[in-house]
Design a protein around this ligand. Structure first.
Ligand code: ADP
Length: 239
């Protein structure tokens, strides 16, 4: 999330919502009469979807590919490269479904499609649970198209994303310490996260996020009575 602007919309999701998107994707795969032999789930965002889609399609062959953004002199800035290759024989001669959570620039799934195609597979198709209008790659199967760009907080990295977002807004608001209510206000101001939306998607979890931030030494509590939180002076810096 590190190269995002200061203010952007975040949408908090939950397991039920995402599970339904997995069902949408597998319904589309069935409707297209595509019968993959193996699912390649991109690490880490595509893992949950890849596993659930194997369940829905009746597949026991699931493998993983980890893409990584590498910015170096020898590489085009931002071009994703393969970090952990697939084991020999994972896709050779097989029909493959490449699965990821979301296509934003679409760089990762495009590169994964190329990588798999170079390994003598049968037919290769791609799927994402969500597709943003910014993507230059059009997956074959999409659970949901999002008209407005947003950062999607998925349930499998809820803590990781909420810590990044909370650290970011606490750095921007200069006059801490903040109560939990004030932190909710900052999340609303910078990321349009409404209390009601967050409590419906992930009830009661802001305090868990703050406690985990304290455990990791990112924030410390101040005062007696009503607890307030401020960034720890030597905290690892936010996004
Ligand atoms: P990029 O190439 O710019 O990283 P990709 O479309 O290839 O964008 O996405 C790579 C991964 O980054 C996705 O699989 C997802 O896990 C994460 N990601 C990218 N954009 C978003 C977003 N808007 N919301 C949530 N996660 C995202």
């Amino acid at each position: 999330m590190s190269d995002l602007p200061d203010e952007f919309k975040c949408t908090i999701t939950n397991w039920d919502y995402i599970y339904d998107l997995c069902r949408e994707v597998s319904d589309d795969v069935k409707a297209a009469e595509f019968e993959p032999d193996v699912v390649v789930a991109l690490a880490r965002g595509g893992w949950f979807a890849g596993r659930v889609i194997c369940d829905f399609l009746g597949l026991d062959d699931l493998t993983s590919l980890k893409m990584e953004h590498y910015v170096g002199t020898a590489q085009k800035s931002g071009e994703p490269t393969v970090r952990y290759p697939m084991p020999e024989g994972s896709v050779e001669g097989k029909d493959v479904l490449v699965m990821d959570d979301i296509a934003d620039t679409g760089g990762s799934i495009r590169r994964a499609h190329e990588y798999v195609t170079d390994r003598d597979p049968g037919e290769v198709r791609t799927a994402t649970l969500q597709l943003l209008g910014t993507s230059e790659f059009e997956p074959d199967f999409v659970g949901e198209r999002l008209d407005e760009w947003a950062w999607i907080v998925y349930p499998w990295n809820f803590i990781e994303d909420m810590i990044d977002l909370t650290t970011g807004v606490m750095e921007k608001g200069a006059d801490g310490p903040y109560t939990a209510e004030e932190i909710r206000g900052l999340l609303r101001e910078y990321h349009r996260v409404e209390r009601i939306e967050m409590e419906i998607a992930q009830p009661g979890r802001l305090s868990e996020v703050l406690e985990e931030m304290a455990r990791r030494g990112i924030v410390e509590t101040v005062g007696e009575g009503e607890v307030a939180w401020r960034l720890h002076e030597d905290a690892p810096s936010g996004p």
